[in-house]
Write a protein that binds this ligand. Sequence first.
Ligand SMILES: Nc1ncnc2c1ncn2[C@@H]1O[C@H](COP(=O)(O)OP(=O)(O)OP(=O)(O)O)[C@@H](O)[C@H]1O
Ligand SMILES: [Mg+2]
Length: 274
Amino acid sequence: MESQEHEGSAGHSGPAAFETTSNPIVAAAGEPLVVLDHVEKYYGDFHALKDINLTVNKGEVVVVIGPSGSGKSTLCRTINRLETINAGEIRIDGKKLPEEGKALAALRADVGMVFQSFNLFAHKTILENVTLGPTRVRGQKRAAAANAARALLERVGVGVQADKMPAQLSGGQQQRVAIARALAMKPKVMLFDEPTSALDPEMINEVLDVMVQLASEGMTMVVVTHEMGFARKAADRVVFMADGEIVEEAEPEEFFTNPKSDRAKDFLSKLLTH
Ligand SMILES: Nc1ncnc2c1ncn2[C@@H]1O[C@H](COP(=O)(O)OP(=O)(O)OP(=O)(O)O)[C@@H](O)[C@H]1O
Ligand SMILES: [Mg+2]
């Protein structure tokens, strides 16, 4: 149903203006979209998530920060059920996370995820990487999926790379393809787990720019990152984790200038001096 005219804009490298009409969001901004309710997670005897209570509203951007091993990735992975939880409940758009089967596949499609490492399929073209999910999981026709994929690749500034293989792209370009691939499923929420931490410094901004653009359009996002600039620019809320717990939650400016807990103060002082 989309009629984007993106041909001819090849050559620019930054993200094009996003077409808000193709985003399934905005409608009911403010309602809870992702709810974690007394969530507990153990790896064997190790208590990785301790009584996590977190609500992410539609259109909200939540940045999760905290020391290594504090449970940030585990938190992301429980939200799309890559990890099971031991107690509590997770709801996406009012629905409890299904255990398995078709319902779980449908839920996964609602939750887009971008990881630290560019996990594109190495033996498929950039375009195929983006069309695979929509054709296989969402049942889209091949031609429609290809049109939508080209438009998305254009949006994240890699339209001209569509027919190349992943290894022919830079890390920053690959990560933007990973974002396009996740968006192609028309997710309700996007999870990012340190999407720029494996990138060379000069490529970090091109990925963050795409994420800022996405946030400004109203996409609901949970972003694990230590990029303070992104948090300040795009986040509605910062969640600080330590030792498997949410220790502090605040608006970015408040958190960075006036952290309350000793653990957050300690973490921020180390972050700023390295
Ligand atoms: N599959 C696993 N089995 C056992 N322990 C695990 C597993 N995955 C993570 N852990 C442990 O759980 C804790 C939280 O890990 P997690 O990866 O969520 O931390 P993180 O905050 O994302 O850290 P980083 O900043 O290094 O990415 C760590 O102590 C880790 O060793
Ligand atoms: Mg992690």
